[in-house]
Design a binder for this molecule. Structure first.
Ligand code: PLP
Length: 545
């Protein structure tokens, strides 16, 4: 089915879905007076979580950052040690290494999964390397088999920063077998329940492990280092990193719905992949055969071929009510880390410049996904060439073009060029209307073809719904100064491409019977013509796929 996007209100990049027992459990905390960090919901949340991940111990804590701090402390990582971690991740991953006085050593990522590249790990291992923190970025699992092999060979602890990967799995047994949850592979793993995560407790975190000793240490450290058998005796330096009963109550209610959340996220990802797959210059999120992806965020890369710079695109989308977020800056480029010695992090730098996350959350509707995809089609800029090889930019009309469009309409009137069936008079009012429709992101598309001095060489439209479903009628006019350069055909090819991007199956075009030149162009592109109900007019149709 083709896209029929509807205008939308503001679409945030993330939004929690409090659709279960959240209110009931929180009210229970209030009614029973158990609102601090002791209470049944803390235990229930921890139990349910360890069962879900398939690990022996799960320990709540205040957020995902302190979860990492606790994990490193429990493993005894300290001053003088080196810890490997990706540079393309959230700052908390590396900050936790500095918190314990160790040195982060940054790893580069893979081009396709954006996760650490196992092939580039060993070159960064020294005698001081004690651990590796891996991050399942945006929910795509790391290549665990290879990473675990390297860790074993070099006797490194593995910490899985699974903040973004709750519900994601890594598929074992020759990569076809049953999956095991992300967070169940390392010596210890951490999660975050910040408001934008797969499940939230407002703020919150969890440390999980199968190791009894590590679990004991985490329990001690998160509770001020207080001896469990001797109140107010603190044998070690500890922290107050506890999660409250109220937060745990929300977390538990959220966890009860995790199956639904993951299913919906995967559906959203499938829709995005389907609607965006024809747009050159957009690289899509992928799911490697060893991964069951929870799609914490559906992400895309904006390549050069898209024609619009990543940051500019993000601000244009924001103008259309679509919030996005850029990829993380590589951590080695941040002020606190620049002084450390780094090398070989080029892929991460490139991916970081290109990536954006698109809205991904439980309540996102298919109409909203279509609207977002339609905007990504509309905002793309293309290049066409005339017979002499001169280049022209093809772009959709926006408010900056209004004046140009008015003068172009003067030319059309003067040369009596209304043989392209424009339905409105060529005046200022129409120019304004076209700008408004184009910018509103509704279904009709209006384009300009600009030469290298930004003069209008051509104008075309794809106007929809003529036959009750989405068959855009294509209309084109070439500026008289730019005729006989082969632009008309190139524009028509471009329009067909735009229809492909929109997954439109058919196009329609009208032409006067005596306009042999235009008919020749359209026929060469496989339009077939029949008589219209109006005299002297033919209707051309094209089945695109
Ligand atoms: C990879 C990664 N690690 C750690 C964290 C820290 O979690 P929190 O924000 O709960 O402290 C996040 C949070 O966004 C994250 O994405």
């Amino acid at each position: 089915m083709a896209m029929e996007p509807k205008a939308q209100k503001f679409i945030p990049v993330a939004s929690p879905a409090l659709i279960g027992n959240e209110k009931k459990y929180v009210l229970d905390c209030l009614k029973t007076n158990w609102i601090s960090s002791i209470g049944k919901y803390v235990t229930l949340f921890e139990r349910a979580f360890s069962k879900y991940i398939g690990v022996k111990h799960a320990l709540t804590c205040s957020n995902g950052t302190v979860a990492l701090h606790l994990a490193l402390l429990a493993l005894g990582i300290k001053n003088g040690d080196e810890v490997l971690c990706p540079t393309l991740t959230y700052i908390a991953t590396a900050n936790s290494i500095l918190y314990v006085g160790a040195k982060p050593v940054f790893l580069d990522c893979q081009k396709d999964t954006w996760n650490i590249d196992p092939a580039k790990i060993e070159e960064k291992i020294t005698k001081k390397t004690k651990a590796i923190i891996i991050v399942h970025l945006y929910g795509h699992s790391c290549d665990m088999e290879d990473i675990l092999k390297i860790a074993k060979k070099h006797n490194l602890y593995v910490i899985e920063d699974s903040a973004e990967a709750l519900g994601s799995k890594y598929l074992l047994a020759g990569r076809q077998g049953k999956g095991k949850m992300c967070g169940s592979f390392g010596d210890i793993a951490t999660f975050s329940f910040f408001g934008n995560k797969v499940i939230t407790s407002g703020e919150g975190g969890m440390v999980v492990t199968n190791n009894d000793e590590l679990a004991k240490k985490v329990a001690l450290l998160k509770n001020q280092g207080m001896d469990t058998n001797k109140r107010y005796w603190h044998p070690v330096l500890g922290y107050n990193y506890r999660l409250t009963n109220v937060q745990s109550a929300i977390g538990l209610a959220q966890l009860e719905n995790i199956g639904k959340f993951i299913l919906k996220r995967r559906r959203i990802a499938k829709m995005y992949s389907r609607y965006l797959k024809n747009i050159e210059g957009i690289t899509l999120s992928l799911e490697k055969d060893y991964t069951f992806h929870s799609y914490w965020m559906y992400c895309i890369l904006i390549e050069k071929e898209y024609g619009v710079d990543r940051d500019r695109l993000m601000s244009l989308l924001e103008k259309q009510g679509i919030q996005t977020r850029p990829f993380f800056y590589p951590i080695h480029t941040m002020p606190a880390y620049q002084a450390l010695h780094h090398y070989g992090l080029d892929v991460s730098e490139e991916i970081s410049r290109k990536g954006i996350s698109l809205p991904t959350f439980y309540d996102l509707s298919e109409d909203q996904v279509k609207y977002i995809a339609h905007q990504l089609v509309r905002l793309k800029k293309d290049i066409i060439k005339d017979k002499q090889g001169a280049e022209y930019i093809v772009k959709s009309v926006d408010s900056g073009d209004e004046k140009k469009l008015v003068s172009f309409f003067e030319v059309i009137k003067k040369h009596n060029l209304n043989n392209f069936f424009h339905p409105h008079s060529f005046d200022k009012k129409t120019a304004k209307k076209i700008v408004d429709i184009s910018e509103s992101g509704k279904r009709d598309l209006y384009y300009l073809v600009l030469d290298n001095k930004e003069n209008i060489a051509g104008y075309f439209m794809l106007r929809g719904f003529d036959e009750g479903y989405f068959v855009p009628s294509f209309a084109i006019v070439v500026h008289p100064d730019y005729m006989n350069r082969g632009i008309g055909k190139q524009i028509t090819i471009m329009a067909i491409k735009i229809c492909e991007r929109l997954r439109v199956g058919k196009m329609m075009i009208k032409v006067y019977e005596d306009n042999i030149v235009a008919q020749k162009i359209y026929r060469s592109l496989h339009f077939t013509f029949s008589k219209s109900d109006k005299k002297n007019e033919l209707v051309g149709r094209l089945n695109i796929r």
